[in-house]
Design a protein around this ligand. Structure first.
Ligand code: NAD
Ligand code: UDP
Length: 337
């Protein structure tokens, strides 16, 4: 049975494809390539030995979704496609609601029309907002502080309502914390357009010499070294969790699970780990706090262990090693064909 993976050409989606294909599943990538490079398909083929089926389409295009789900005999969808920049979600909020909320609704409608019942959805820890208590458990209140987080919360809400409708879907919502690293081959990885917003790709570009220094946004947070703390997780571990979620999505109508390690790491700790993994100096400059940033958050990983039987296997050293391996082998990302 085939799994359709929206956003399958992107950073996380491409790693999910590889894990699915290694597990013997058929996949069809459904992506509009708005934030990905066609070369990724070739790289997936080089890793797995098989070229995945690919449909170039938008998640808001119900007709193309219906024809793809039908033609490929899909039994489930992993819905990864979305826009993910917190800053852009403020300046281009309508675009974010259209892609992330309307796109999720159109996909759910296409699934209802084709009788495909099971969906695993890429949600985000940003749905929680400022934590009342750490680690963050799935029953923590949802109070996102930016439009991006609100689009993810609204997509979750509409999927939950559809799960209880007369034409129900089974829904697993996976709340990612901070996915980083890359496949150990160094053939696929994170390749943001322009100057990276996120910490790990920024550090990688400093290490390879494409950027002069890392701006550390705030060193006066109430954390041991004053810099922000996040729960970084290896993207290959994260990808494996999707297979576990596919295997149990139809046993519970609605599942909401954090995908995190339960460990917090500060900006300066990650810089140190990356310097050790790469043997490169990472110059840092202290800069003011980034608006909207939260001092510290990390996941409770208990529910993922209980319901998915999943836990992260790789630590910070492996995340840095693999992020550096990707950057070193592809200094210009997928442009280095
Ligand atoms: P990415 O941008 O690398 O991948 C997203 C993919 O979706 C891209 O290939 C893009 O071309 C495609 N896409 C975008 N809009 C589309 C549309 N309308 N129709 C079809 N395809 C479309 O991002 P990523 O880091 O791989 O993130 C994947 C998902 O995980 C996103 O939904 C994101 O919100 C979520 N997420 C990411 C992070 C993170 O730190 N990377 C954290 C939490 C949640
Ligand atoms: N960060 C930083 N410099 C950067 C990018 C990020 O100091 O160039 C910090 C940011 O303030 C936060 C942490 O790194 O404390 C993780 O940021 P990222 O954007 O990767 O993830 P998010 O904040 O979305 O969880």
């Amino acid at each position: 049975m085939t799994v359709m993976i929206t956003g399958g050409a992107g950073f996380i989606g491409s790693h999910i494809c590889v894990e699915l294909m290694h597990a013997g599943r058929q996949v069809v990538i459904y992506d509009n390539f708005a934030n990905s490079h066609p070369e990724v398909i070739n790289r997936i083929r080089r890793i797995t030995g098989t070229a995945p089926d690919v449909v170039k389409g938008d998640v808001r295009d119900v007709n193309t979704l219906i024809s793809t789900l039908s033609a490929h005999g899909c039994s489930a969808v992993i819905h990864v496609a979305g826009l993910k920049s917190v800053a852009d979600s403020v300046s281009k909020s309508a675009e974010y609601y259209d892609c992330n909320v309307v796109g999720t609704l159109r996909l759910a409608q296409a699934m209802q029309q084709t009788g495909v019942r099971n969906i695993v959805f890429s949600s985000s820890a940003t749905v929680y907002g400022e934590p009342d208590v750490l680690p963050l458990r799935e029953d923590h209140k949802l109070a996102p502080v930016c439009p991006y987080g609100r689009t993810k919360m609204q997509a979750e809400e509409l999927l939950i309502d559809i799960a209880h409708s007369l034409s129900p879907l089974n829904v697993a919502m996976l709340r990612y914390f901070n996915p980083v690293g890359s496949h150990e081959s160094g053939l696929i990885g994170e390749d943001p357009n322009g100057v990276p917003n996120n910490l790990m790709p920024y550090i990688s570009r400093v290490a390879i010499g494409r950027l002069p220094a890392l701006n550390v946004y705030g060193n006066d947070y109430p954390t041991p070294d004053g810099t922000g703390i996040r729960d970084y997780g290896h993207v290959v571990d994260l990808a494996a969790a999707h297979i576990a979620a596919l295997d149990c999505v139809d046993k519970q109508r609605v599942l909401k699970v954090n995908l995190g390690t339960g460990q917090g790491t500060s900006v300066l700790e990650l810089v140190d780990a990356f310097a050790r993994a790469s043997g490169k100096m990472i110059p840092v400059t202290f800069a003011p706090r980034r608006p909207g940033d939260i001092a510290s958050y990390y996941a409770s990983a208990e529910l993922a262990a209980d319901v998915l039987g999943w836990h992260a296997k790789r630590g910070i050293a492996e995340m840095c090693r693999d992020a550096w391996n990707w950057q070193r082998k592809n200094p210009n990302g997928y442009l280095d064909q």
